[in-house]
Design a protein around this ligand. Structure first.
Ligand code: ATP
Ligand code: MG
Length: 444
């Protein structure tokens, strides 16, 4: 007996009551068998899409996937995907199946699914249907293609990255023949759209086994992110570091919270190191300016992956400034808050912490320093200290009242005042600020 959501049960019942066969399939069954809570439920059924639309007419139905046999039904405000049993023909462009055919056979529907662990079906009345021994593979923690792996990857190369994603998220091993095909077919990922790749990459990075996977499957990421390869095995020749650049990167990734943007920033933060490497007369390695080079590389990578404008902005900022010095004192923190804003500064601190975990922490553990820094950030925020123009006790209107017409000068004066307040040269008091403004105006 597997627990399934009320919404999935409702859908299975409606289909069953009208004489159709329907099962929960894919991630939800897999997650339940592993004792995890499923994210979303997918239903597979022998009802045709038209029939499904008809049966769910009292619900809101979205028909966007109809051509591929998918009907999205909104039950209790949440979407549920119901897909008709289908087979797929050849993928001549390794992107889209040339056509899909509906079938009455559940086993045929399972045959087109990517991995055995994703091809287990469950219906409370009918029990489990597991044509490809997925349960056994779950027990043994193995990712194995349904059918011949090379053929399956040639049909849809995204499955290569999905295999690696599931290895990372579930902590499973990829079975030998499937693994061999992962490497021999990796180049086919070139044909896959950036959007599909980025979706899988984000999940891969948030997996619990991400470190191992990054080191073992670097060659797969190399296909769409060639900037990763020089990091592999790159000896840093520096006593701060006990790992090569890629291992250091992987440790940093696993030590930052599993939020896609943070993990992505950790992945990219040191890609510029190999290109900036120098050795001094003692043979010690240095990477001057590597933040800037990593930043440029991150910009290229993220553009190619077509990430959203917000993700691009955030991730590239984190990469660029990962070594930006912020000291555990109020002045330094106010400066940093002014430059980055609270949210980004806190993320930057998470990246700094993770970066340090990937260094020689026996000698250079900075945890206490970063704890102290975090405390100062908390204090400055809680005390509502002034670090941006919107906190300043004077504004443009006050300057107009003093006779300064709205002009670029207004901004110049306000920023000069803010700078003095941030530096603790003057308090954030209106009268004092206005007096200072008068002096500045005189000197312009
Ligand atoms: P998640 O927990 O991320 O939702 P999932 O296994 O449900 O994992 P989905 O991307 O939601 O993954 O896909 C649902 C199901 O559809 C999969 O379990 C699998 O059976 C099938 N599937 C998805 N993508 C592919 C693909 N590219 N090739 C073959 N089958 C696929
Ligand atoms: Mg799913």
């Amino acid at each position: 007996m597997i627990n399934i959501s009320y919404r999935a049960k409702t859908a299975l019942e409606i289909l069953g009551d009208h004489g159709f066969e329907a099962f929960v399939v894919g991630g939800a069954v897999r997650d339940r068998l592993m004792g995890d809570i499923p994210g979303d439920y997918d239903i597979t059924t022998n009802a045709t899409p038209d029939k499904t639309v008809e049966l769910f007419s009292r619900y809101k139905v979205i028909e966007t996937g109809l051509r591929h046999g998918t009907v999205t039904v909104i039950i209790d405000g949440q979407p549920l995907e119901i897909t008709t049993y289908r087979t797929e023909s050849a993928y001549s462009d390794t992107r889209h199946p040339d056509s899909v055919q509906f079938t009455n056979s559940l086993q045929e529907d399972c045959a087109r699914r990517d991995f055995t662990i994703n091809a287990i079906c469950y219906n409370p009345q009918l029990g489990i249907r597991d044509y490809y021994n997925g349960e056994n593979d779950i027990k043994n923690k193995v990712i194995r293609c349904v059918g011949d792996p090379v053929q399956r990857f040639e049909e849809d190369a995204l499955r290569i990255l999905r295999a690696v994603r599931f290895a990372s998220v579930l902590g499973f091993e990829i079975e030998d023949k499937t693994k061999e095909a992962v490497f021999s077919c990796a180049h086919l990922l070139k044909n896959i759209s950036a959007e599909r790749i980025y979706t899988e990459l984000q999940k891969l990075l948030c997996g619990k086994n991400v470190k191992k996977v990054l080191l073992e499957y670097t060659q797969v990421l190399d296909v769409f992110m060639p900037q990763i390869m020089p990091a592999k095995g790159f000896d840093q020749k520096n006593y701060h570091h006990i790992y090569d650049v890629l291992e250091h990167t992987a440790v940093a990734v696993e030590n930052i919270p599993p939020v896609p943007q943070l993990r992505m920033a950790a992945l990219l933060h040191d890609f510029g190191k190999p290109a900036t490497f120098t050795q001094d007369e003692k043979g010690v390695g240095h990477f001057y300016n590597h933040g800037e080079i990593s930043w440029q590389m991150a910009c290229d990578i993220l553009k190619k992956l077509k990430v959203s404008a917000e993700d691009y902005q955030l991730i590239t900022t984190l990469v660029r400034y990962h070594d930006y010095p912020v000291l555990p004192n109020e002045k330094s923190v106010r400066r940093a808050l002014n430059k980055f804003g609270e949210e980004t500064l806190r993320m930057l601190l998470l990246l700094k912490r993770a970066d340090n975990r990937g260094q020689n922490i026996a000698d250079f553990d900075r945890k206490e320093e970063y704890d102290a820094l975090e405390k100062v950030i908390d204090d400055v925020i809680r005390q509502r200290q002034c670090f941006s123009l919107k906190h300043l006790a004077v504004n443009g209107t006050d300057l107009i009242d003093m006779g300064v017409p709205p002009s670029p000068q207004t901004g110049y004066i306000l920023n000069a005042l803010l700078e003095m307040v941030i530096n603790d040269d003057i308090p954030n008091h209106k009268e004092i600020l206005l007096e200072k403004a008068g002096e500045i105006i005189k000197n312009i």
